[in-house]
Design a protein around this ligand. Structure first.
Ligand code: DHB
Ligand code: FE
Length: 288
């Protein structure tokens, strides 16, 4: 049986990818940010998953405004790093897990969540920056990510976007789907995006440390309460792009305690301001 053993939560700021790709990680501005992921890179080696189920959002890269799936699961064997205007990031191709992805699609759709099945898709910074942060930089040609990745794209770009509650419930369905897969696999589920940030308009640059830290507390200790936060609170308190945080609830909903098991162990917690225009939050929760 496949099992979700841990969840990882992290912001996915594109400037972090640029800092990595341009060799700037040791600059004074970036050092404290990358130091927050030293633990995580070692943890990834010590707790190597067989598959990562990676919840992220596409930023009008693979899906333009012509077609906007609310929830899309990547079932391909490979996903190419996307060109977001400066050429693709110099990172390895992402290997998928078509068999597990197809199984999850089957199970989750049967549990009444309508997913879009995506057999071809390039993956943008929303997916590749978390991989770089957690796994370190890899040579794009000779290197590889540590395991297959199932990309799961959520629309948080164009309203209407799904509620936190729906995301949380979807996480529970994903957990059931994973646990009904026959092969013994150690699966990590990642929620990415956030924390507070607003990229345009008079409030551009908004960062709300209090909201962010209260959200991290709730996500750890009272995920039910986190799932009850309405859209307007994210946008008002965490800025227009703070709505990306609903994706964290998918990963949190897939943890054991939500299905009646024990509360997760907090393996790592990190918060840093600023990274470009964004607050960066990061958590690693382990099922015990
Ligand atoms: C930026 C973009 C993002 O998608 C994000 O999550 C945070 C920051 C940016 O362009 O700075
Ligand atoms: Fe984003």
């Amino acid at each position: 049986m496949a099992k979700i053993t841990a969840s990882v939560f992290t912001s996915h700021v594109p400037a972090i990818g640029a800092a990595l790709d341009l060799g700037k990680t040791q600059e004074d501005y970036w050092k404290p940010l990358f130091a927050g992921y030293d633990f995580s890179k070692q943890w990834m080696k010590d707790n190597k998953p067989d598959v990562i189920f990676l919840v992220y959002n596409d930023h009008a890269t693979a899906f333009s405004l012509e077609m906007i799936p609310t929830f899309a699961i990547g079932t391909a064997a490979q996903f190419q790093p996307a060109d977001e205007g400066w050429g693709p990031r110099p990172v390895p191709v992402v290997q998928g897990h078509p068999d597990l992805a197809a199984h999850i699609a089957q199970s989750v759709i049967q549990q009444d969540f309508d997913l879009t099945i995506v057999n071809k898709m390039d993956v943008d910074h929303g997916l590749t920056v978390p991989l770089s942060l957690m796994c370190g930089q890899q040579d794009p040609k000779t290197g590889a990510w540590p395991c297959p990745v199932i990309p799961f794209a959520v629309n948080v770009v164009q309203y209407p976007v799904p509620s936190g509650r729906r995301c949380y419930n979807l996480g529970q369905a994903i957990r059931k789907a994973v646990e009904s897969y026959d092969e013994d696999l150690n699966v990590h589920i990642w929620g990415t995006g956030g924390m507070s940030h607003q990229l345009q308009g008079p409030r551009a640059g908004l960062i709300n440390k209090e909201f962010d830290n209260a959200f991290l507390d709730k996500l750890i200790n009272d995920p039910e309460a986190a799932a009850s936060i309405p859209h307007i609170d994210y946008v008002r308190e965490a800025g227009s792009e703070g709505i990306e945080l609903v994706m964290w609830l998918i990963a949190r909903g897939a943890m054991a305690d939500v299905a009646g098991g024990k509360p997760p162990r907090v393996a790592h917690r990190f918060y840093h301001v600023p990274a470009s225009n964004t607050a960066v939050g990061h958590l690693i929760l382990e099922n015990t």
